[in-house]
Design a protein around this ligand. Structure first.
Ligand SMILES: [Zn+2]
Length: 119
């Protein structure tokens, strides 16, 4: 298995991790998840996704090995949004400055159990 590339997670720290190959094929099949994106860093692949739109995107896209896992994450998420962190990029998200960033950051801190990186 190649290294971890993207992690999808919700506000309760449930997560689905994609390796590089899975992340690349998902990106291709879903047009970069563009239609489900609520807010995104302009410099990496970290983003906030709308759960309902994500389910639609996955349903409309050709089958992907992780579609089922991502669909379950989106359907069972406690909030209307799920989050994606780019595990490859060393981006500090300096230009990502809308309310989506704060929401993403808060969920990420919950996922990690403690704040790290930018404060
Ligand atoms: Zn970024």
């Amino acid at each position: 298995m190649s290294r971890e590339s993207l992690v999808f997670f919700d506000d309760e720290a449930n997560e689905v991790v994609l390796d590089e190959r899975e992340a690349a094929s998902l990106h291709e099949l879903t047009d970069g998840l563009e239609s489900a994106t609520v807010s995104a860093c302009q410099q990496c692949r970290s983003r906030v996704l709308a759960c309902l739109a994500l389910v639609d995107v996955l349903d409309d896209a050709p089958p992907h090995p992780r579609s089922k896992d991502l669909r379950e994450l989106a359907e069972e998420a406690p909030t209307p949004h799920v989050f994606v962190q780019d595990l490859i990029s060393r981006c500090r998200h300096r230009v990502w400055r809308d309310p989506g960033y704060a929401e993403w950051r808060g969920a990420l801190d919950d996922l990690l159990g403690e704040p790290r990186g930018v404060h």
